[in-house]
Ligand binder design. Structure first.
Ligand code: PFF
Length: 465
């Protein structure tokens, strides 16, 4: 066993680091805009069902595979299966590299907005489109962000990742609650809450289902080996099922609370008219500065700056885990020294993010990059949308399907159960039974089917339903 790989110091350390990976731009930036694009509460209901019924068992499998093998995503599949299975890990690493390449650009927006708020520039919301086309400044913020990420990852597990998560996560939680309470006090807040919580099931289309699944995987950091990697640093004394439940609940709660914070703000800004809310990447960036402005110059600056700082913090604990996946691979499998792997990978991924950076208005060919299909309609998307759709809505659910199949039929159910029993703090059976059922039948079938249909509909315009 590779004892010098590092280990989380405590259960809390692991849960906070994994929850830190899960909680990120996905919860505060992406979740609300997906809810807006998916028609409100109906999306929320489907998303929650996916998180608990389909994603939770995949999360448990990932952590168990990681802890059993004490290896990175590629090494773990090789060890439990055979060399032939290394591709699942490689697919995951590829997905992680691509996700981090655009994620870092959005983290640059968040950090840039923080600096704008500090200066009291509330007009930035109206100028969101032109702001993100300024590739020089966003690129610089992205560079800073990647640098800080690399610095934390280079310090290893306990000194870097665990320490950062222990400080950042509780701060984040406190800030969200504070902003949510404030949002509730605003005029028309109820209209926003209603939009968010009262489902209209006629809004559900294939597209809503595919996006909800992709979002569930993205938000829980699943399907690409991040939790295999983090699982490899977990002690055998920890209860994996309980830890996974805590991670899932934390992530879902933060997304849920972020919605409760944002939709009342949006309703306040739109004077209670939610019919025009369409979601999209600009949702929080375009609307919130105007809300903060309404608070008056001093309070507006304080709350606005706090919000975007919070978003940057949330992004940081996620970028750390995204970078750790390829780094652990290079350190374990290719025997590259940690600092070299960290800085080399960070540089490569930053460079891979440049087309995403330029595809928000700076370069026309990357801004209108290609057409694909949504609910049968052709739609022009940018390079960044394309990477996001490929990596998060396609590779992650595909990875989840394959991980479930691998766990149940290659590694085998009894090995999974034996691993889960180590450190298990309760002997209640129903949860184990559900996990077995989900990994063997439910996840491969449902996840597999939705993933295939998503690919057919989105990329080939073949309407299955
Ligand atoms: N879960 C992160 C978020 O919601 O922002 C994004 C992410 C992090 C995805 C790590 C995948 C991953 F491995």
């Amino acid at each position: 066993m590779a004892t010098n790989r590092g280990q989380f110091n405590s259960r809390l350390g692991f849960v906070l680091a994994a929850a830190g990976s899960a909680v990120g731009l996905g919860n505060i930036w992406k979740f609300p805009f997906e809810v807006g694009a998916g028609g409100g509460a109906a999306f929320v209901v489907i998303y929650l069902a996916f998180c608990f019924l389909l994603c939770f068992p995949v999360m448990i499998s990932e952590i168990a595979i990681g802890r059993k093998t004490q290896l990175n995503a590629v090494g773990a599949f090789k060890k439990l299966g055979h060399h032939n299975w290394a591709w699942i890990g490689l697919l995951g690493i590829l997905a992680g590299v691509f996700i981090l390449s655009f994620y870092n650009v959005v983290a640059g927006w968040a950090f840039g907005y923080f600096l704008q708020m500090v200066q009291g520039n509330f007009e930035i919301g109206e100028n969101f489109g032109s702001y993100i086309s300024e590739w020089e400044s966003i690129g610089l913020y992205g560079l800073v962000f990647m640098g800080v990420t690399a610095l934390i990852v280079s310090k290893g597990i306990q000194g870097g990742i665990e320490k950062a998560a222990k400080i950042l996560m509780p701060t984040l939680f406190a800030m969200i609650i504070g902003l949510m309470i404030y949002a509730f006090t605003l005029e028309n807040a109820m209209a926003g809450i209603e939009y968010y919580l009262v489902p209209d099931f006629s809004e559900i289309t294939g597209e809503v289902i595919y996006s909800a699944l992709g979002q569930a995987f993205f938000s829980l950091s699943l399907g690409m080996g991040a939790l295999i990697t983090y699982g490899s640093y977990v002690s055998r004394k920890q209860d994996i099922v309980r830890s996974a439940a805590m991670i899932t609940l934390t992530d879902v709660s933060v997304a849920f609370l972020a919605g409760l914070m944002i939709f009342p703000l949006v309703a306040f800004l739109n004077s209670g008219d939610m019919s025009s809310v369409s979601g999209g990447p600009g949702l929080i960036f375009a609307t919130l500065p105007g809300v903060f402005e309404g608070l008056g110059p001093t309070l507006g600056i304080v709350i606005g700056a706090a919000f975007f700082l919070l978003l940057s913090f949330a992004a940081l604990t996620s970028t750390v885990s995204l970078l750790e996946v390829p780094v652990a691979y290079l350190v374990d499998e290719k025997k590259i020294k940690r600092p070299v792997a960290v800085w080399g990978m960070a540089t490569l991924i930053f460079l891979l993010g440049i087309p995403s950076l330029l595809g928000n208005g700076a370069v026309e060919q990357l801004t209108s990059f290609m057409t694909l299909y949504r609910d049968g309609q052709e739609q022009m998307i940018s390079f960044m949308d394309f990477v996001e759709l490929i990596a998060s809505d396609t590779f992650l659910p595909l990875g989840g399907t394959v991980i479930a199949i691998f766990t149940a039929y290659i590694w085998k159910k009894h090995n999974l159960n034996a691993e889960l029993m180590e450190g298990r703090e309760t002997d209640s059976q129903w949860m184990m039974k559900y996990i077995n059922f989900a990994v063997m039948f439910f996840c491969p079938l449902i996840l597999g089917a939705i993933t295939i249909i998503t690919i057919l509909e989105r990329f080939f315009g073949i309407q299955v339903f």
